[in-house]
Design a protein around this ligand. Structure first.
Ligand code: C2E
Ligand code: MG
Ligand code: MG
Ligand code: MG
Length: 285
């Protein structure tokens, strides 16, 4: 009878919905074992100087090499890992692996001083042990603190209380860099910018997407980027534009004085070996 109620009104049984729920709960159930079996891998995406074209940093982006489903992107499991709390363990693995890889790059290519940028979920940043975990990851790997950047979203920066997370001051005191990820898409007020030891703002993809010639009639995204870059520079912060897909966008962003860019135009996320080859000066990658 549920079917007779018409499309979109299936109160009793919705095969599509339940298939999705089953797939979702199968993924959730598989996460802890996947971590134990070492099925997660890090890909790295270059963050490039818009002025000089040199690779200054790489962002660590986690992927799941699922034995049956193949490579699964973080959009499909990070949310689940946050809900279940597994993000704290997964995030710690990401942090340690990223520090380990970055220390190798630092040893092999000391002049490049390549920074590794690691995403911190709100739940991780909120965890009371985060400062010791980061300090230990640095100590164990031997990576200099200033070659590690931590990316937090605006809501993670603000935490659950109405003030910036206390642990961020202690993280900054370790000497690591702090970046605000997806800047301009959250709902938080900007008060934290007055007080927090932040080093970099990462401008969210949608603003960058609006920068193109066929959008000439509407310069709003360009004006927003212009204003945000000025705001960042007035506060002595670096600016990274995310999701740079074309040379034209890179050129416009450079004209707007944006410092660095990240996106397919400069290189897609790739295994560590691809970054090593780039540092070696292999232009074919
Ligand atoms: P994010 O931190 O904002 O990362 C940037 C995303 O933009 C990445 O998606 C990257 O692959 C994608 N991207 C790269 N180039 C382009 C481009 O030219 N155009 C567009 N439109 N997008 C581009 P990805 O790898 O799927 O990661 C998605 C999100 O998952 C990340 O967004 C981040 O929030 C989260 N994430 C990834 N790895 C981790 C992690 O280790 N820990 C935590 N907590 N979150 C992670
Ligand atoms: Mg994705
Ligand atoms: Mg990020
Ligand atoms: Mg982002």
């Amino acid at each position: 009878w549920a079917k007779a109620a018409g499309r979109g009104q299936w109160a009793v049984y919705d095969p599509e919905r339940s298939a999705r729920d089953i797939a979702r709960s199968a993924l959730v159930a598989g996460l802890p074992a996947a971590l134990d079996r070492g099925e997660f891998v890090l890909h790295y995406q270059p963050i490039v100087s818009l002025l000089e074209g040199s690779m200054l940093a790489v962002e660590a982006l986690v992927r799941w090499e699922h034995p049956e489903l193949g490579l699964i992107g973080p959009d499909r499991f990070i949310g689940l890992a946050e809900e279940t709390g597994l993000i704290v363990r997964l995030g710690e693995w990401v942090l340690r692996q990223a520090c380990h890889d970055a220390e190798r790059w630092w040893r092999e290519f000391p002049d490049a001083r390549l920074v590794v940028s690691v995403n911190l979920a709100a739940r991780q940043a909120d965890d009371p042990t985060i400062v010791e975990t980061v300090a230990d990851a640095l100590h164990t790997s031997g990576l200099p603190a200033d070659l590690l950047q931590l990316e937090l979203t605006e809501s993670a920066v603000m935490g659950s209380a109405d003030e910036p997370l206390r642990s961020l001051y202690r993280l900054a005191a370790l000497g690591v860099r702090l970046a605000v990820d997806d800047f301009g898409t959250g709902y938080s007020n900007l008060a934290y910018l007055r007080r927090l030891p932040i080093h970099c703002l990462k401008l969210a993809g949608p603003f960058v997407e609006g920068i193109r010639a066929d959008n000439a009639a509407d310069h709003r995204d360009e004006r927003i980027v212009d204003a945000l870059v000025r705001l960042a520079h007035a506060l002595e912060l670096w600016v990274t534009a995310e999701a740079v897909e074309t040379g034209e966008q890179a050129e416009r962003l450079r004209a707007l004085r944006c410092d660095t860019g990240q996106g397919r135009f400069f290189g897609a996320p790739a295994p560590a070996g691809v970054i090593t080859a780039r540092l070696r000066g292999d232009v074919s990658v």
